[in-house]
Design a protein around this ligand. Structure first.
Ligand SMILES: [Zn+2]
Length: 738
C-alpha cells in the first residue's frame, strides 16, 4: 500500500514514467527504477544541453543506480560529458533534431526515458537594430480609426482616472504625496496597491507615443494632443518630485518608509522598468533635447547599480520582472547619447537580476536558474517579461546558455501553449500557464501578456533576423492585443477569452493593462521595421509614413499606402534623403507559424511584386524577399498579399478545439457572434466562405460570410471587433462531421 502511494506520487513527478498505468502494472513497474530525462528543449549550436536526469529506485536494497546517457537518434554526432551521471552535458555537431536516452540500472532491472533536443543554428553575429518611435503618420481604413480611438478617447480617459482623487487604485497624487514627504511635510498618504505607479508610467509613455502621431489635420486628434502636452507639463515635475536624492523612486516605499529590496512581491523592479520606458519615450519625443526624465532614469538605474550586484552589494531578484528589459533599452540609449561602454553597468545589472532567479517558485519563474528553464510556466505576464529580458541578455552578451534557454521557452510556448489568437496564459495556474496543449476557450490571455509576447518575439526576431517570429507577434498584435480596447476607445478588457459574453469595462481593480495596451499599440513603427548594416526589414504592413534615421548611413522615409489587412495591395514608397544603395527585405507572411494550428488553404507569401510599375521576382534570403538597389526618392514597390478566407483547425491534443473550426483572413482571426446567428450550428469543410467589405458595420470591417451545414447563413467578424454589440462571441465553432 505504501509502495503504491509513493508510486502514484512519482507518477505525477516523473512525466511519462508511470502515466496511465493501472494499479496492477504500477505494482510490477515498482520493481524497476523510475526515470525522467527532463523536458524537451532547444540548444543553440555552440552551446551545450544541460541534462538533469531524475531517477529513483524502488526502495529495495541492492546498490546504487547506474545511469548512462546515449544518443537514441539524430542527424549528427553528440559528445557527452559525464555520460554516466544523471547530471551530464551534451554538445551537438550540427543543427537538427536529436533524441537522447537516459537509461538507469538498479542492478537488476533497467528503465529509460528520452528527451528531444532541437539544435538551432547560431543566431546573427550582429543582431538587427530596433527602430525608435519618432514622428510618424498612420493612415488607411484599418489602423487610422484604431489610433484615433486611442488618442481621442482612451488615453484621455486614463489621464482623467489617474488625476481623479476618487480613483482608489491610485494615480498622480501618489507622486505629489511622496514629494511632500521628501520635503519633510507631514501627513503624506499613499493610495492603491504597491504597484500603483505602473499605470501612471505606462500612461505617460502612451502620451509620449501618441504625441509622435501626426494629426494630419484631424481636429479631434490635434485637440486631444494639445491636452496631452498640458498633462506632460503637469505630471513630469510631480513625478520627479517623488524621486529620492539617491535616485530611488517608488511612492509607497517613500511615503511609508519601507525597507528597499526586502520583499520581492513589492514591484520595485516592475515600476522602475516602466519608469525607464516612459523616460526613454519622453526623451525621444523631445528629439532627445529635454533630458529631465532621461537623467532621472539614469539616477534610478544608478541607484540600483550602486546597491544590487555581486558582493559586497546585495543579491536580489524581483517577484515581477520588467526592469530587465528596460535596463537594456536604457543602456542602448545611453551608449548612443554618451558613447560606447557608458551603458554597460545597466546590462550587467539586468543579467544579475535574471541570474539571481533561483530557489523560488514557478509562479514568478524563480523555480530554476533562468538558463535551465525550458518550459513556459507560472504567471504569464511575468513569464513573457522574463523571457524578453533574457532575450535582451542573449542579444547584448551572446551568452550561449541564454540563447538556448530563450529558444527553448519560445519553442515550448509556440508548439504547446499558444492560442490561435496569439494570446498566452490559459489561467489554469494563477494568471498563468496550464499544462502542455491545455488551452481552454475560457482563456485568461491577459492583455499585458500579449504586450510581453510581442516584446519577446520582437527581440527573438532581432536575434535571428528571421520572419518566423514576426508571423507570430503579428497574430498577437491583431488578435490578442488590438481587441483589448473597444472600437470607441472607451472600455478595455483585462482578459481575452476566445469564447465569452463578458463585456469590456472602463476600469479595473488592477488597471495594469490600461496604459500597457496603448503604449504597445502606439509603438507600431517599432514592430513594423528593423534595420541591419545592409538595410531595412519590412515586417508588418500598415498604412503609415515612418522615418528611419540610420539606413546605410542615410535617413529614409518609408510610406506604406494601404488598407491592409482589409485589402491586400500595399504600395511602399521609399524616400531616402540622398540616393543610397541598400536592401529592403519584405516579409512574406506565413499563416501556419505555430504548428498547433493548420489552415486549409494557401495564404502565404506574395501574390505579386512590382518595382516602379514593372513586375519583379525578388530573391528570397533568410525568409525575406530582398530588393537591393540604389534607392532614390519616389521609388515604389507594389506588393499584393494574399487575403483568402481560411479555415483553421487545431492540433488534436488541444481538447477544447477538437471537432471545431476557426476562420481567418490574412492576419485577422475571426469570431462568430450571437447577435448575428445562433452559435450551436456547424460549419462544413467544403462550404464556400466569402469575404465582404461592410462599411456600416463596426466602423467598417471585412466580414466572412457563408452557410452553416444546417442551411442557415453565418457572418463572422474580426476578433478584435468582438463584443462591441453585446451578446456572446466565439472564435471556435463546431465543425460539421464529414
Ligand atoms: Zn495587465
Amino acid at each position: 500500500m505504501t509502495r503504491l502511494i509513493v508510486l502514484v506520487a512519482f507518477g505525477g513527478l516523473l512525466a511519462g514514467a508511470a502515466g496511465g498505468a493501472g494499479a496492477e502494472t504500477r505494482a510490477n513497474l515498482a520493481l524497476a527504477p523510475m526515470v525522467s530525462a527532463g523536458p524537451d528543449r532547444v540548444v543553440v549550436q555552440g552551446g551545450r544541453a544541460y541534462l538533469d536526469g531524475v531517477a529513483r529506485d524502488d526502495g529495495k536494497p541492492g546498490g546504487a543506480l547506474q545511469a548512462i546517457w546515449t544518443k537514441e537518434s539524430g542527424i549528427a554526432s553528440v559528445t557527452f560529458e559525464n555520460a554516466d551521471r544523471l547530471a551530464a552535458t551534451a554538445r551537438f555537431s550540427s543543427p537538427g533534431e536529436y533524441t537522447l536516452k537516459l537509461t538507469v540500472d538498479d542492478g537488476g532491472r533497467t528503465a529509460s526515458d528520452t528527451v528531444n533536443i532541437l539544435v538551432e543554428p547560431m543566431p546573427l553575429k550582429r543582431p538587427l537594430q530596433p527602430v525608435p518611435v519618432t514622428p510618424y503618420k498612420i493612415s488607411g481604413r484599418f489602423w487610422a480609426p484604431r489610433f484615433k480611438a486611442l488618442i481621442v478617447n482612451w488615453i484621455p480617459h486614463c489621464i482623467r482616472k489617474l488625476e481623479d482623487p476618487a480613483t482608489k487604485e491610485g494615480g498622480i497624487q501618489n507622486f505629489v504625496e511622496a514629494g511632500r514627504k521628501l520635503r519633510g511635510e507631514a501627513g503624506a498618504k499613499h493610495t492603491g496597491p504597491v504597484f500603483a505607479n505602473g499605470w501612471v508610467y505606462n500612461t505617460l509613455e502612451s502620451i509620449c507615443l501618441a504625441l509622435q502621431v501626426d494629426p494630419q489635420g484631424h481636429a479631434e486628434v490635434a485637440a486631444a494632443q494639445a491636452e496631452m502636452r498640458k498633462t506632460l507639463d503637469d505630471w513630469i515635475p510631480k513625478i520627479l518630485s517623488a524621486q529620492e536624492p539617491d535616485g530611488y523612486l517608488h511612492t509607497m516605499y517613500t511615503i511609508q518608509g519601507r525597507k528597499r529590496w526586502s520583499n520581492k512581491h513589492d514591484h520595485e523592479d516592475y515600476q522602475a522598468g516602466y519608469f525607464i520606458d516612459a523616460a526613454l519615450a519622453h526623451h525621444e519625443l523631445t528629439g532627445r533635447k529635454d533630458a529631465r526624465m532621461y537623467e532621472a532614469a539614469k539616477r534610478l538605474a544608478g541607484c540600483w547599480v550602486a546597491n544590487i550586484g555581486p558582493a559586497p552589494k546585495r543579491t536580489w531578484y524581483p517577484g515581477h520582472q520588467a526592469m530587465e528589459m528596460s535596463l537594456v533599452s536604457l543602456a542602448r540609449r545611453v551608449e548612443e547619447v554618451e558613447g560606447a561602454g557608458k551603458g554597460r553597468a545597466y546590462v550587467e545589472l539586468s543579467k544579475f537580476l535574471l541570474d539571481g532567479r533561483r530557489d523560488g517558485e514557478a509562479y514568478d519563474q524563480s523555480h530554476l536558474p533562468v538558463t535551465r528553464q525550458y518550459e513556459a510556466v507560472g504567471h504569464a505576464v511575468r513569464a513573457v517579461y522574463s523571457y524578453a529580458g533574457m532575450t535582451d541578455i542573449a542579444l547584448e552578451t551572446g551568452d550561449p546558455d541564454y540563447r538556448s534557454a530563450v529558444m527553448s521557452l519560445w519553442n515550448n510556448l509556440t508548439t504547446r501553449k499558444r492560442y490561435v489568437t496569439g494570446g498566452v496564459g490559459s489561467g489554469e495556474t494563477s494568471e498563468g500557464f496550464g499544462p502542455d496543449y491545455s488551452l481552454p476557450h475560457g482563456a485568461y490571455c491577459e492583455s499585458c501578456a500579449s504586450c510581453g509576447e510581442i516584446f519577446f518575439e520582437h527581440r527573438l526576431h532581432r536575434l535571428y533576423g528571421q520572419p518566423r517570429f514576426v508571423d507570430l507577434f503579428e497574430d498577437t498584435l491583431y488578435n490578442a492585443l488590438l481587441g483589448a480596447v473597444d472600437l470607441e476607445g472607451r472600455n478595455f478588457t483585462y482578459t481575452n477569452p476566445l469564447d465569452t459574453s463578458g463585456a469590456r469595462y472602463p476600469w479595473h481593480g488592477c488597471p495594469c493593462c490600461v496604459g500597457n495596451i496603448a503604449r504597445t499599440l502606439l509603438s507600431l513603427p517599432a514592430w513594423m521595421y528593423t534595420t541591419d548594416d545592409k538595410g531595412v526589414f519590412v515586417n508588418l504592413y500598415a498604412g503609415s509614413a515612418v522615418t528611419l534615421d540610420r539606413v546605410a548611413g542615410t535617413r529614409v522615409e518609408l510610406i506604406q499606402t494601404t488598407d491592409y489587412p482589409w485589402q491586400g495591395r500595399v504600395t511602399l514608397t521609399v524616400n531616402p534623403a540622398v540616393p543610397t544603395e541598400f536592401s529592403i527585405r519584405m516579409r512574406p507572411p506565413v499563416r501556419n507559424a505555430s504548428p498547433l494550428y493548420r489552415t486549409d488553404a494557401e495564404g502565404d507569401g506574395f501574390v505579386a511584386c512590382a518595382m516602379n510599375g514593372g513586375q519583379v521576382k525578388p530573391r528570397k534570403d533568410g525568409g525575406y524577399y530582398v530588393l537591393r538597389r540604389t534607392w532614390s526618392a519616389g521609388d515604389r514597390i507594389d506588393i499584393d498579399l494574399p487575403l483568402l478566407p481560411q479555415r483553421v483547425t487545431a492540433d488534436e491534443r488541444i481538447a477544447a478545439a477538437r471537432g471545431q473550426v476557426a476562420l481567418r483572413r490574412g492576419p485577422l482571426v475571426y469570431s462568430f457572434e450571437s447577435v448575428d446567428q445562433k452559435l450551436d450550428s456547424a460549419l462544413a469543410a467544403d462550404s464556400a466562405i466569402m469575404a465582404e467589405w461592410k462599411p456600416d458595420l463596426l466602423g467598417g470591417v471585412v466580414v466572412l460570410k457563408g452557410t452553416f451545414s444546417d442551411g442557415t447563413p453565418f457572418t463572422a467578424i474580426p476578433n478584435h471587433a468582438r463584443l462591441n454589440r453585446g451578446g456572446r462571441s466565439t472564435v471556435w465553432i463546431r465543425a460539421a462531421s464529414p
